[in-house]
Design a protein around this ligand. Sequence first.
Ligand code: ZN
Length: 313
Amino acid sequence: MTPAPILPGIHHVTAITADAQKNIDFYCGVLGLRLVKLTVNFDDPGSYHLYYGDELGRPGTIMTFFAWPGAPRSRVGPPQVTAIAFAVPANSLDYWSSRLKSHEVTSADRLGERAIRFSDPDGIALEVVATAEPGGEARTRGPVPAEHAIRGFHSVILSEEGYESTAKALTELMGFTAAGSEGNRFRYRAGAGNGFASVVDLLCVPDARHGQMGAGVVHHVAFRTSDDPQQAAWRERIVRAGLNVSPVMDRNYFHSIYYREPGGVLFEIATDNPGFAVDEPADRLGRTLKLPAQYEGFRSEIERVLPKVRLPE
Ligand code: ZN
């Protein structure tokens, strides 16, 4: 296979919450991320799609949630993204341990890195990893002091029944390189990344019970591509590898293609542009409900069915 085009790392991670308000309070109020877009699920406009990130919601910092009130309880298990790790500066772990002390923090050190683990209100496993060069840009606003602010993703952790076929897709198809292992953890790093939001860890858990989609589970992980032509090249490459890949979908803030990696986790490749300032000014992101053009005519019906939420200051 020809060398992979450039893939700089993680673009966003999307998970499912049963409670939009608790989700907003936790990701903004506790983790200090900015709500950068309040919109609806484009495939299900009666429910919220919440986007969090750094000040502008730059690729590599974007955590998103489909809010499905009353969603059936899910099961965490392969093949899924079973933990999400955020990067913080190397000296910030004590700050985060103390900030999160009511969230049952445990140590999650691995591969020479110090990390802590805790859960979000839906039970999704999150980690904060002390990183010598965390990359990204610290938020100067919000409840967390800039010196300790989350800079973006460090990695996603995928649980798989076996890891070889996924490892092969990451390395041969997507241009990742093997970057160490420890026990049943196998690490891969985006080939052309600058280290920021570039790590995928595969956990090989052959005996674990299979997961089930629902609240408290990660839906998919998206990787970055710079623009539409690069994305088209990726699409062709994935087709040639024998995987089923979706047509390009317009998500307003980026364009997306989706495919299932051989282990079964849903992957997406999303463009860096146009970004979240495409439909509201950068200093007003996330303050009002934004709808894509196809739903604007149904605004009053949509607003009637969506639960009211209290937005962060
Ligand atoms: Zn996505």
